[in-house]
Design a protein around this ligand. Structure first.
Ligand code: GDP
Ligand code: GDP
Length: 455
């Protein structure tokens, strides 16, 4: 490395930064209007404002990446909806539960100017039950004179209230320091107690694609255990199901069942639920209704799973209803609309007839194998050396940037760091990714490529 112009610390730093694996998850919960979205914006340091959204309007995203004091984590924003027909307490509780369930730590936001309300007390009970680390944010403390308001929140019994003005940024640094203390280095869901346990599958897809039908079909007689992991306000979260002789954990299956009260804000719940399930899973089985056109909503779900770095299987359901014409157009649509996951294994199934159910497990295993693939550094560099001499980067401004060497910094999904003598264009990065896939497989997994340029 040294003779190529990188010092060893650069190289080690780049590998460490790229190889972080799944990030711990922070959920921000609280009543409407306490300032959750304002705080999330503050935490992720973003210019585009989530806050300007109208309440109840569907958000594309509910999870964001953030960094504080050199540590990266994910933030789940629950600020995007209004109370539904169940009333304020139940609505706040339901959305908080989804978020808390998927989180490694929670920021509970209370409006210090208002003080603790009954609804806040209801959330406190949920937090106690969940047993996750909690940082109490006393928001809207815009100046020193308001600090006294925050001290009243000791009464919630959640420890020290952190006085914050999400709007002006006051106190957010100290609060984030407390958040970092509460967050584990790696997500509990992935690296904690679950290691060695059953592999975790999220069965996701837009409403009515056939998720609950498929779950029932695969579970069939073989349903071994129904875990009563959840509290009293909702049904079981995760189910263990034996398929192909192996026990799998289907995460967040409660979200798959019909919930009658989901009227207002139903789309928002659906995306929060999907995001939570994806966070908890290793592999996402994305169900698509083959009888209908592939929609923007399908694509959003695909993007969510790709961005989360999960292994992916595409299952085209309702195959029993397809005629020849529809099959023809579906293939064209898949090529154009799902190009971003052209690498995902695909099964054409029918939850109704049971068609090709036996192909699901091999596809999941393929995707997980790709997700965990590690390419030895020697092989990677032999491959890069040949590739770069056969297909050099185009000359730009009289210079020809060159990939000097590379290494795989991590798996789940595979992450590569390439070290280069100059700026590598996006097109050339994509070319390298394509060739990496051709050479080493990576079926069913996103791969991350980062490039370090010699100073
Ligand atoms: P959410 O519903 O909990 O996501 O709340 P929002 O983030 O949408 O904020 C609700 C309202 O409170 C907005 O008008 C914000 O501008 C305001 N707000 C949020 N944080 C603060 C704060 O620290 N101080 C003051 N004075 N207002 C705030
Ligand atoms: P979910 O909202 O994704 O859980 O979808 P459901 O499992 O509730 O299915 C929605 C509708 O599609 C129901 O009427 C199912 O009977 C129907 N359905 C599900 N899978 C299939 C399938 O493979 N073929 C056909 N023809 N209909 C299906």
């Amino acid at each position: 490395a040294a003779e190529e112009g990188f010092d060893i610390e650069d190289v080690e730093g780049a590998i460490e930064a790229a190889g972080h694996g799944p990030l711990p998850v922070l959920a921000v919960v609280g009543r409407p209007n306490v300032g959750k979205s304002t705080l999330v914006n503050r935490i992720i340091g973003r210019r585009e404002a989530v806050v300007e959204d109208k309440p109840g309007v569907t958000r594309d995203r509910v999870t964001y990446e953030a960094e504080w004091a050199g540590r990266r984590f994910k933030v789940v924003d629950t600020g995007g909806w209004e109370q539904d027909v169940l009333g304020i307490d139940a609505s706040v509780a339901a959305q908080a539960e989804y978020a808390i369930d998927a989180a490694d730590a929670v920021v509970f936001v209370v409006d210090a100017k208002v003080g603790a309300t009954d609804t806040d007390q209801a959330v406190v009970r949920l937090l106690r039950k969940a047993g996750k680390p909690v940082v109490l944010c006393a928001n809207k403390v815009d100046g020193p004179s308001a600090e006294a308001d925050a001290t009243y929140l000791w009464s919630l019994g959640l420890g020290e209230p952190h006085p914050v003005s999400a709007l002006h940024g006051r106190g957010t640094g100290d609060m984030l320091d407390a958040v970092l203390e509460a967050l584990p280095e790696a997500p509990e869901q992935t690296f904690g107690t679950a290691v060695g346990g059953p592999r975790r599958i999220a069965l996701i897809g837009r409403p009515n694609v056939g998720k609950s039908s498929l779950l029932n079909k695969v579970a069939g007689e073989e349903r071994v255990v129904v875990n009563e992991l959840a509290g009293t306000t909702r049904d079981p979260v995760d189910e263990l199901i034996k398929l192909g002789g192996v026990t799998w954990k289907f995460v967040d299956t409660a979200g798959i069942r019909k919930r009658v009260h989901l009227q207002q804000g139903a789309d928002y719940y659906a995306s929060l639920r999907t995001a939570a399930a994806v966070e908890k899973a290793e592999v996402a089985v994305i169900l698509i209704d083959a009888s209908e056109n592939i929609s923007v909503q399908d694509q959003r779900i695909v993007t969510m799973a790709v961005d989360a770095g999960r292994a992916i299987v595409l299952a085209f359901n309702k195959w029993d209803t397809l005629d020849e014409e529809r099959r023809y157009y579906l293939e064209r649509e898949i090529e154009t609309e799902l190009a971003q996951v052209a690498w995902a294994p695909r099964v054409n199934v029918s939850a109704r007839t049971g068609r090709h159910m036996e192909k699901l497990v091999p596809a999941i295993e393929t995707a997980l194998a790709g997700w965990e693939t590690r390419v030895p550094t020697g092989r990677l560099n032999a491959f890069l050396g040949e590739l770069v001499s056969a297909h050099p980067h185009p000359v730009r401004g009289g210079k020809q940037p060159r990939i000097l060497f590379g290494t795989q910094a991590g798996t789940k999904p595979p992450r590569f760091v390439l070290f280069a003598s100059g700026f590598i264009e996006a097109g050339y990065r994509r070319f390298i990714e394509r060739r990496l896939r051709e050479q080493f497989g990576f079926e069913g997994t996103p791969i991350h490529l980062s490039v370090r340029v010699r100073e």
